[in-house]
Design a protein. Structure first.
Length: 246
């Protein structure tokens, strides 16, 4: 059976067709084009599994699916109890999908923490038994850099993508770029230490999101980097629901 996996984030909408447990090619479109995207999703004619962090976007997609008679087989939300449970009301759908994939990929027997590095920076922790135990959230690296650029108009746009190590900067601009990246790395390492105090040193840390390659490569506290983790999690939850109905 094929499913259209839809991940609506604050910045991008990611779409991919899953055939069985295999994901196809991922397409990305800016979230501000959601009205057109909703119609494209519905007209594709495939059952849809959805994770959406914007309520208005979810409303548009659901309405388009109804108009086209396209089934919505899953919408990830806090009431989801497979394979991970215990989420608070209002928990981000992407975070739920992330830990569903990470915990399952670790065999469903190991505590995990997922660092989400997108518009926001988050960490979401799950016990070895598959229960959400808490997390942290702050502003993401991109918005931080845009805020610095707005506050310091005499400097070029702050862009940390060229940072490859944690050495100090040798001028104002490089010091800002490196300082912002080092601060983010330190923040994540502190979060991981706090959560390992709750869950033990065996906790596995997985990074995902648009900044995961940059930040994850600069700290040994991240064991795996997986930009497709949210999509994998949506599929994991959807397939689990199918199996439980069989």
């Amino acid at each position: 059976m094929q499913l259209l996996i839809v991940d609506v984030g604050n910045t991008d909408v990611k779409l991919v067709v899953a055939t069985g447990d295999t994901l196809g090619e991922v397409t990305r479109t800016p979230t501000n084009e959601i009205e057109r995207i909703a119609e494209d999703i519905a007209s594709a004619g495939l059952p849809v599994a959805l994770s959406c962090v914007r309520p208005h976007a979810a409303d548009l997609i659901r309405a388009a699916l109804v108009r086209c008679g396209t089934p919505l087989v899953l919408e990830v939300k806090a009431s989801v109890s497979y394979p991970v449970s215990g989420f608070y009301t209002g928990m981000g759908a992407d975070r739920i999908a992330d830990v569903a994939a990470a915990w399952t990929e670790e065999g469903g027997t190991t505590a995990v923490a997922v660092v989400g590095l997108g518009t926001g920076t988050t960490i979401t922790a799950v016990s070895a038994e598959g229960r959400f135990i808490g997390g942290f959230t702050t502003l993401g690296l991109g918005p931080i850099c845009r805020s610095l650029t707005a506050a310091l108009p005499a400097l070029p746009e702050i862009d940390p993508r060229g940072v490859v190590d944690l050495q100090p900067g040798l001028d104002v601009y490089s010091a800002l770029c490196r300082g912002t990246v080092v601060g983010h790395v330190g923040l994540i390492e502190k979060w991981v230490n706090v959560l390992r105090g709750e869950l033990g040193p065996q906790m596995v840390v997985v990074a995902t999101g648009g900044w995961s390659q940059l930040i994850g490569s600069l700290t040994p506290c991240v064991q795996r980097i997986d930009p497709l983790l949210t999509l994998k999690g949506i599929l994991t939850i959807a397939r689990g629901g199918e199996n439980r109905m069989c």
